[in-house]
Design a protein around this ligand. Structure first.
Ligand code: ASP
Length: 334
């Protein structure tokens, strides 16, 4: 960072204006993206080499699509949408195509997005015919006076915005159907309605663009065998998604009810903003402390205002990938 020698007031102001923002090393501003594909991973023991290759390939493709947007000078909002759309279109993840089934055998999708520059946000919950819920969440943010639209109303809004609806059968995958059958079977022997173990492979992305703007996005099918219009943390701003240029951007995955009660994404950003805690430490403390203490499982991806990425989870693994302009480039599961 450049230093300002003693100067008269006006010259001092001019000098300060030339000091790069945090994380921007000299002339090249830091760009960074991190994505996740859920923290409920297939156990190490049952992950086949072919399955692992397929997961890694899609994570890499999504991460690089988002990074390409940033590299061309695009916004963090465009980057997170580009990455999440690829994961929504992949049958491997629990979002868009490949989403889990609810108790009635229907796919109900939730998604949200937040712009760290303006504090604008958009979300949809329980939509059944929207191919890319993250696009609809963005339209809610940009073209409606509301933050969250649910169910049929959200789909009416989608039609108004020119989004083509798809038949429910588009989301079907055999693997998710099997998971529902197993959950229903297990429920027969349980004493209370069982909403399954199944938080599997929700997707999300966080990014910092050249202008220092942060964005976060999350998309999910929720939990296998969910009932009664259940909505998890993913579309809830502050719980599953949050972005604030002054602190960080967060996308979460895990047992949604716990993330809602500990307001995980906002809690991490608030610690950074109010307590001056480093984002990586805030993420670590919230995931392994606050969340774990009440029994919550899962993880988060975080990018802070300087472009530093952290990825924390308290489960066996979390499908994840990251890339930044300082040379970090990784894909990992465990
Ligand atoms: N958090 C999501 C939910 O509770 C599930 C997940 O992360 O896989 O709906």
């Amino acid at each position: 960072m450049r230093t300002c020698p003693w100067l008269p007031a006006l010259a001092l102001l001019a000098c300060l204006a030339t000091i790069p923002a945090a994380g921007d090393d000299g002339d090249e501003p830091m760009i960074a993206i991190a994505i996740h594909g859920g923290a409920g991973v297939i156990s190490r023991a049952s992950m086949t080499p072919e399955a692992e290759r397929a997961y890694r390939a899609d994570l890499e493709r999504a991460r690089d699509a988002g990074y390409a947007v940033l590299e061309k000078g695009g916004t963090s909002l465009d980057a997170v949408v580009a990455a999440v759309k690829i994961l929504e279109d992949s049958p491997l993840f629990n979002a868009g195509k490949g989403a889990v089934f609810n108790h009635e055998g229907v796919n109900e999708l939730d998604a949200s997005i937040m712009d760290g520059k303006t504090a604008m946000a958009g979300a949809v919950a329980g939509v059944r015919h929207v191919k890319n819920p993250i696009e609809l969440a963005r339209l809610v943010m940009e073209r409606s006076p509301h933050v969250m639209l649910a169910g049929e109303g959200a789909e009416e809004f989608a039609l108004d915005q020119g989004i083509e609806l798809v038949p429910g059968s588009y989301f079907y995958t055999e693997r998710r159907w099997q998971q529902l059958e197993e959950a229903r079977e297990a429920e027969k022997t349980a004493s209370v309605a069982k909403e399954d173990i199944g938080f599997f492979s929700t997707v999300g992305a966080v990014a910092r663009d050249r202008d220092g703007n942060l964005a976060a996005a999350t998309s999910t099918g929720g939990t296998t065998n969910k009932r009664w219009g259940r909505v998890g943390d993913s579309p809830i701003i502050g719980a599953g998604t949050y972005a604030d240029n002054a602190s960080c951007a967060v996308s979460a995955t895990g047992s949604g009810e716990y993330f809602i009660r500990t307001v995980v994404a906002h809690e991490i950003c608030a610690r950074v903003r109010l307590a001056g805690v480093d984002a990586a430490k805030a993420a670590h403390d919230v995931v392994h402390g606050t969340l774990a203490k009440i029994g919550g499982d899962g993880g988060v991806i975080v990018v802070d205002r300087s472009g530093a990425i952290s990825m924390e989870f308290n489960t066996e693994g979390m499908f994840r990938a990251a890339r930044d302009s300082a040379g970090r480039k990784e894909v990992a599961i465990y």
